[in-house]
Design a protein around this ligand. Sequence first.
Ligand code: GDP
Length: 369
Amino acid sequence: NQEKDSCAGCGIALQTETADKPGYIPQAALEREPVICQRCFRIKNYNDASSVTVDQDEFLRLLGSIAATKSLVVHIVDLFDFEGSLISGLQRFVGNNPVLLVVNKTDLLPKSVNLNRIRNWVQQKAKEAGLRTVDVVLCSAMRGSGFDHVLEALDEFRNGRDIYVVGATNVGKSTLINRLIRDYSDLERELTTSRYPGTTLDAVHIPLEDGKSIIDTPGIVYPSRLTELVPRRVLQSLLPEKPLKPLVYQLNERQSLFFGAIARFDFVAGAPQSFTVYSSPAMKVHRTKLERADELYAEHKGELLAPPSLAELDEIPAWTRHSLRIPRGSDTDIFISGLGWIHANSSQGAEVDVYAPKGVKVLLRDALV
Ligand code: GDP
């Protein structure tokens, strides 16, 4: 069969003899459609492989082995869930290898936002977290904006080494590597993706022209992110794919906002002021009086207050309360990992309560926008 002589992915001549030589394909895999060599098979499937969650210990072992290599570490974080997706202990694991911080999903911010300011903000936060970076690059892996800066930074800092890509789940690692395969690796043809069950969990190696590789590590799971605690269907409504439309709420004290039935924000005390919500448009915000809030939740969770549905709600941990005091004179966000954030616009100070599923990281931070 003529068509089975060469790989449908990269065109190389196929052979079934030597596993570590180019063009290798296991005998049994010749029956698959399309017929592709093992290397292409791995690349094709990294999407699936990287979406499999590994346990924390396994992941840390993998990270720990990076210290013994000579590589450039590319750490991808999600601008929408910055505090949730930053690997704070990364410095310990990478040894002396340089770390390039790539901040993904800039397309979510309103067009008017000054990206230089965001970059400074990120640099400051990374420094506070003890992370030394050779550079911070902002991009949108999905839309492609800023990607030329990513490529430039790779050229500048790689110096003939392998590239290790590390990140939490859902930060856009797969999307970004897809682009790298297209723009930076030596694979000539674009590979269509399809699903092959039962692939290995190993880090996936993507060959580069100079014999080095891009190494994609499994996504790290942080249970402090809302996105890890919800059923898959709810996840879709948490992850925004279009630019955020900030919603401004002029609130008096003792008013509350519900985010579907997934979280609740109470303005407990303070002068009337406005709060701006940055979250996925699918997460419907509902305003009410604080004294009505418990009753509204009991009566309407999973229906008027949705997502999640009533059935999905059963799969999500119960709420805990976070009482926070926004200092007078500050420019502050109330950050809820995986849900987004609420910007307290005035500098008058306020007392607020946030209810979120147990374990979710909730904190005050310097305003991002
Ligand atoms: P991974 O788990 O880190 O490999 O992340 P994926 O590449 O699978 O992406 C996770 C989610 O984020 C998907 O819903 C993507 O569509 C979305 N995503 C990835 N990159 C971007 C981006 O640049 N902007 C936006 N808005 N969403 C993105």
